[in-house]
Design a protein around this ligand. Structure first.
Ligand SMILES: Nc1ncnc2c1ncn2[C@@H]1O[C@H](COP(=O)(O)OP(=O)(O)OP(=O)(O)O)[C@@H](O)[C@H]1O
Ligand SMILES: [Mg+2]
Length: 300
């Protein structure tokens, strides 16, 4: 299958120093593609280079197979984006601000009301942007990203400044559009739990290089399971399980074990037979955050 957006060996230098190096990404139609990485890793630079807002030092950006690097016409017709802190004319209303973009893009005014409705800003569309809260400005920036009915939407930390209700609405909007209209999303965020719940695939960048790129399911399924066992007799339970598990660590209230997926019954039988008083056993779900921290430690 051909990716809708492919980035090939993309690099960008600032003052002769590589900020991103040989970035390769494949994003398929309908993907919600998470893009994560520590502060200063190169996420925004990658996005700006894809969008042609920064000139790449080398590499290609293919949209539906066509090299579109620095081809503003193709990029603006296919991609909508929200990057950095939203900038708007403060003395104009939300509606007027979007009208400026709609005029440039030759779009019907009806579309402005549609996107304002999508982000729940219809009621405030005639207020001056200077009187908007940070979250409202953020919503307006997201509305602007959807204005040209793009096939690909790139959102750089879109939930910054949104209240919990706004975060839930944003998640629903992305899921609905990806599901119903097969809109493709590239979603950049530091909230790893959000990325894990929302995205089907994810890439991590560190020091300007891609560290991993995979489906969330394959990252989280490493064939192992962890369990927290709470007991007042840590030493005894440790002795019983030590030779039967892959890894064992002491916690404040007991131990945490790592076993091969499917081995829980065997372990549980041993615990029952040992007659050691157990207060609780709970499965720990391996998260994207765990994976991120593991990779970050390897890099350091
Ligand atoms: N105009 C510039 N001139 C020189 N270096 C820059 C410039 N803009 C960004 N950089 C550097 O490029 C690197 C990557 O920055 P970038 O903004 O892409 O990171 P990021 O992953 O988006 O970080 P964050 O999570 O903080 O948003 C940083 O080291 C930054 O200092
Ligand atoms: Mg950034």
């Amino acid at each position: 299958m051909q990716p809708i957006l492919e980035v090939k060996n993309l690099s960008k230098k600032y003052n002769d120093k590589n900020v991103i190096t040989d970035i390769n990404m494949k994003i398929y139609k309908g993907d919600i593609y998470g893009f994560i990485g520590p502060n200063g890793a190169g996420k925004t630079t990658t996005i700006k280079t894809i969008l042609g807002l920064l000139k790449s030092s080398s590499g290609e950006v293919l949209i539906e197979g066509v090299n579109s690097i620095n081809n503003a016409k193709v990029i603006s017709s296919k991609i909508g984006a929200m990057i950095d802190y939203p900038s708007f004319y403060q003395y104009l209303t939300g509606f007027k601000n979007l009208s400026l973009y709609a005029n440039i893009l030759n779009l019907d005014k009806k579309r402005i009301d549609e996107v304002l409705d999508m982000v729940n800003l219809s009621r405030d569309k005639n207020k001056k942007v200077g009187a908007y809260s940070m979250g409202m400005k953020q919503r307006l920036a997201v509305a602007r990203a959807f204005l040209n009915n793009p096939e690909i939407v790139i959102l750089d930390e879109p939930t910054n400044g949104l209240d919990p209700e706004g975060v839930i609405e944003m998640r629903k909007l992305i899921k609905d559009l990806a599901g119903l209209k097969r809109t493709t999303f590239m979603y950049c965020s530091h909230i790893l739990n959000e990325v894990q719940n929302l995205c089907n695939r994810v890439a991590m960048i560190s020091n300007g290089k891609i560290i991993f790129q995979n489906s969330i399911n394959s990252l989280l399924d490493n064939g192992r399971e962890s369990y927290d066992i709470i007991t007042t007799d840590k030493n005894s339970i440790r002795k019983v399980l030590e030779s039967k598990v892959l890894n064992i660590i002491e916690t404040d209230e007991g131990i945490c074990i790592e076993i091969n997926s499917g081995d829980f019954k065997l372990i549980n039988d041993l615990i029952v037979k040992s007659n050691i008083a157990i207060l609780s056993i709970s499965k720990k779900n391996y998260s994207l955050e765990d994976y991120f921290i593991k990779c970050s430690k390897k890099i350091l």
